[in-house]
Design a protein around this ligand. Sequence first.
Ligand code: PGA
Length: 236
Amino acid sequence: MKYIIFNWKSYLNLKESLDLSKTISGFKKSKKFKIISAPNNFFHLALSEKFKKNIFATQNFDLDGRGATTGSLDISHLIENKIKYTIIGHSEMRSNYGETDKIVRKKLELSIENKLIPIVCIGESINIYKSKKTKKFLKGQINTIFKTTQKYDQIILAYEPLWSIGTGLTPELPEIDDICKFLNKILEKYTFKKINILYGGSVNLSNISEILNLQFVNGVLVGSASTKISFINYFK
Ligand code: PGA
């Protein structure tokens, strides 16, 4: 079974999010795909109350905690809204809000404590890719984010090259598979009940089948294409 994560970012308004969620709710239960939508945080309650069988993720939460923390999104509010999954360390959180691997590690710990299933994003810049240091860089990210002393329950790890997100560019298919295989290997020293490695970055209707056919890819994290009904219907 492949994980299909729709990251709607801030593309959609409430009506559009309701419409796409309705389409997804009409899909027959599938053994092939597990669809998880990450709508704008503000719409979670409206969507989850209306589409009880759909699975939702939050795009982020904050570390500040509950109380006098104006503007923050506390993890307890996600739990209250029955959200099961959370994206952590998305490249846009990293570039727009300075989220570092150390912050990602703290968020990972907090999500585990609160029994939210984390979707952790990692990925290299174009310069790292061009200088063929991707594996070394990803290994460094993994070592900062995960602890060998911890027993992790379920983790989803999304490999998203920064230069691929929103650009229409992707690594070659064998490169994607090779990186996911490599990640599998280096994750062996950590303890997970379940670990799934996804690919993200410019996934669309023309490359989805090939990417999902790759041996070491357990699913995809999709941004802009996932806001289109034609793409969503692929998983019908
Ligand atoms: P994209 O975004 O599919 O629009 O490239 C992917 C992501 O942000 O995770």
